[in-house]
Write a protein that binds this ligand. Sequence first.
Ligand code: ADP
Length: 588
Amino acid sequence: MSDGRVIKVSGPLVVAEGMAGARMYDVVRVGEAKLIGEVIELRGGRASIQVYEETSGLRPGEPVHSTGQPLSVELGPGLMRSIFDGIQRPLDVIRELSGEYIARGLEVPGLDRQKRWAFEPVVSGGQWVQAGDVLGTVQETVLVQHKVMVPPGVERGQVLEISPGEYTIEEVVAVLEVEGTRREITMLQRWPVRRGRPVSRRLPPESPLVTGQRVIDTFFPIAKGGTACIPGPFGSGKTVVQHQLSKWADAEIIVFIGCGERGNEMTDVLLEFPELKDPRSGEPLMERTVLVANTSNMPVAAREASVYTGLTIAEYYRDMGYQVALMADSTSRWAEALREISGRLEEMPGEEGYPAYLGSRVAEFYERAGRVVCRGADERQGALSVVGAVSPPGGDLSEPVTQATLRVVKVFWGLDDRLAARKHFPAINWLTSYSLYSDRLDGYFRQHMGDDFPALRREAMALLQHEAELQEIVRLVGLDALSPRQRMTLETAKSLREDFLYQSAFHEVDTYCSMPKQYRILKLILAFHQAASAAMERGVALDRILQLPVRERIVRARLMPEDRLAELDDLIAGMSGAMPGREARSHA
Ligand code: ADP
């Protein structure tokens, strides 16, 4: 513990003297108002403190008290359904305590101390356990079973006492004997946010995080435990993409971190998320969601912390063996907070005023994603997938935050406001987007879809790229300059765009497309292309081909209910037969 005095206040940055006993990243209480802050620089007894609350009115000479603890989050039942601020204060509780405008210096625990949870042991007395082992479960919400784990640090212990019952998170649910001493276990754990939670080992990505969105799953897939980045020009459909991912991605737990700039951006999140339904269960999506939201009256520094608060909560559920998806919107706002603090620390600025360590901070953030073998003897696996939105000013992807992000993430979904303006949704540009997981996941797709899946995707992408070149020619010299084959390419590319890439988030059937269905629609469009090309070789006129009734069925394929995919198989199998015969062929 260490008590010092404020000597300088510069926005969210406070410098204090007499802090020789403090350590880096210790949480401190600043001033008479006991504002919450964190030591981010220490030189002798002089500490620079990032304060997570408004510092106006704070004066030199006011006391600074170090808690001796790093910034930590509380982990235990009650996280699901919560809406926290950047330092894990539940927004509803602080609002109750202080009204709409959050009072400063409020210390509110992250988790409810009164609530009782029904604890069901899964181990019994006498059993040996180690860190990460599940001691028992709690039905946290209708959708989430919480696993109460032996906390990190306990290498090996024997269960002395454990019994079912209703407990608060601070009551002892089990007693272990660890190296001859009694160790009481509660359902509440704490973990310092800036340190990743330990795992047994990391695993390479292996299967896709299926989102039910065709352009993502087929063309630019993200692996379970993978990383992706999505730029969000205003009105380009970023919110809809994020909602679709939250609702449909085959993740069990969603953590959404909102670092909004303007107050209303955050209000949207706070209003919209609680309205979303989990499509598979019909329950509110919040039953398996944690929201971390920086409210507009919290200073930028809190955004900096919010990212780590969210990550740590996400890792905790990963450790239970869950598939977790974390979304951060937007990481650019977080980077701006870094820039502001760095500026006030008078550090040597890098590109566009961002600190030189921007790249390493961004990398550390995404490196906490991954597929892992969790701690614990059962070797269960969990995964944390991370999707970060960036908001490049003016859509300029060469700016530092986007560049730093693209250097580390493996997937880029390039939202394009020109596509959105043309009402092509999701407005993910197929020419600029990429996934570095495609090759790795091809084994999975081959096995689960069909051996030809990678080839189909390549063929479709080649057609779309060819379309872009042909469109350039058409722009310059007109459609007449194209050969019938080239015109056929344009027709197929259009079909790929409208019947495959386009996907309405608001259509009951179209909103989610299973992988088997995606595979079949793609195959159908390309089967038509091949059969049509062969017919043209035989001399059939393009116009005749374009009038074939089967085209209408291709258009409707994306609206085909999932239980009628066999009809798509029939269409594919009958494609050659649906082409006009050989009558047009000239006799040799
Ligand atoms: P942003 O968050 O980028 O400002 P939104 O996600 O709110 O943009 O999208 C703007 C509008 O675009 C939505 O209100 C909706 O009408 C339309 N839109 C976006 N994505 C889709 C989609 N996948 N399907 C249908 N409409 C969409």
